[in-house]
Design a protein around this ligand. Structure first.
Ligand code: AKB
Length: 326
């Protein structure tokens, strides 16, 4: 099948997004509505979020662990594709381990079962760099390597990846996944992650001219601007099934930097910006993660490439935060 035919087929799909009011879900809903049409994308979350744009189209209240409601909504709207974006992130999950495990695992198993039962055709489920642990190589972390995550979030994502692979191999479920790095955006703030500092720092730079960072100045982590994350997500979902050779989850990378490096970049625009450091429990989480990810497999298999570096992302972030304050 030609790529254009493949895209046309995909555009005929009705999509359900679980967790549409979260940081990535918000912008993903918007982008998918631009591609597929407003009424073809059903946004949903456990409660109404603050942003109005996800609700500029069909919206349903859904708890991602409530199978009956999910089935009703799928049948009501004739849904064929599900993006499962609901999850508890690394820092919050360390405070509520059992709850995090239940949410992150049960929601995935429900959706995988629905695909096995042929109620839906395709699933997108995000994994994370958190699947790696202290014994994984820190630099150019390969697609396949020692993993051993030490956080509940990482454990749930690694187990989830293997469930995806299992359902694909055993039942032919078309599930696709990316290991997101820290995602940086200005429309909706993240909540409960270890990489969240890299979003907060921009807001505090514009709003207060100072920031207290919860990670040490030399902690390097993999990051990505939201536009690249959305493009990657849409690209992997539009790729031909036979090009998706990894059915656990693909390494995905763009930039890596430390708090000190992002501060220096912000200071090029806001000279008097001051940052102090007060590391907390999130430092241990960050120390257990890779610094630079090797995503060559995604680049080879479905032509992934990123656009934004630290300099261009910083310009975009500061410009957009400043204009949203007017
Ligand atoms: C987190 O910090 O928990 C997330 C992630 C890297 O998956 N942003």
């Amino acid at each position: 099948m030609r790529q254009s035919e493949n895209i046309l087929l995909k555009m005929a799909e009705t999509i359900l997004i679980l967790g549409a009011c979260g940081q990535i879900g918000t912008e993903l809903s918007q982008s998918l509505r631009e591609i597929h049409g407003r009424d073809k994308v059903i946004a949903s979350d456990i409660r109404y979020g603050e942003d109005t744009f996800v609700k500029e189209g069909p919206f349903e209240i859904i708890d991602a662990t409530d199978r009956d409601t999910i089935v009703k909504v799928i049948q009501k709207h004739n849904v064929s594709q599900v993006y499962l974006m609901a999850a508890m992130l690394s820092a919050t999950a360390e405070k509520h381990p059992q709850k995090a495990w239940d949410l992150n695992m049960n929601s995935l198993l429900i959706i995988l079962e629905l695909a096995k039962e042929k109620l839906i055709d395709t699933i997108y489920w995000p994994s994370s760099i958190a699947v790696f642990g202290p014994s994984s190589p820190k630099v150019n972390t390969p697609q396949d390597t020692i993993m051993n995550p030490t956080t509940v979030y990482g454990m749930s994502k690694l187990a989830g990846e293997h469930w995806c692979n299992y359902y694909h191999n055993k039942f032919g479920v078309d599930v696709r996944s990316l290991r997101y790095p820290g995602i940086i955006s200005w429309k909706t703030k993240p909540g409960g992650g270890t990489t969240d500092y890299a979003v907060d720092i921009y807001f505090k730079a514009v709003e207060e001219g100072k920031y207290e960072c919860f990670l040490e100045e030399n902690t390097m982590l993999p990051m990505m601007y939201m536009k690249d994350a959305i493009d990657a997500t849409i690209n992997i979902m539009e790729a031909k099934s036979e090009d998706i050779k990894v059915r656990t989850s693909y390494n995905l990378a763009a930039i890596s930097f430390t708090p000190e490096q992002i501060t220096a970049e912000i200071k090029k625009h806001i000279e008097n910006f001051e940052v102090s450091y007060k590391p907390d429990f999130r430092q241990d989480i960050a120390n257990s993660w890779p610094q630079i990810i090797d995503d060559s497999k995604a680049r080879e298999d479905w032509n992934w490439s990123h656009e934004f570096d630290l300099e261009s992302m910083t310009k975009e972030m500061l410009k957009n935060i400043q204009s949203s304050m007017i």
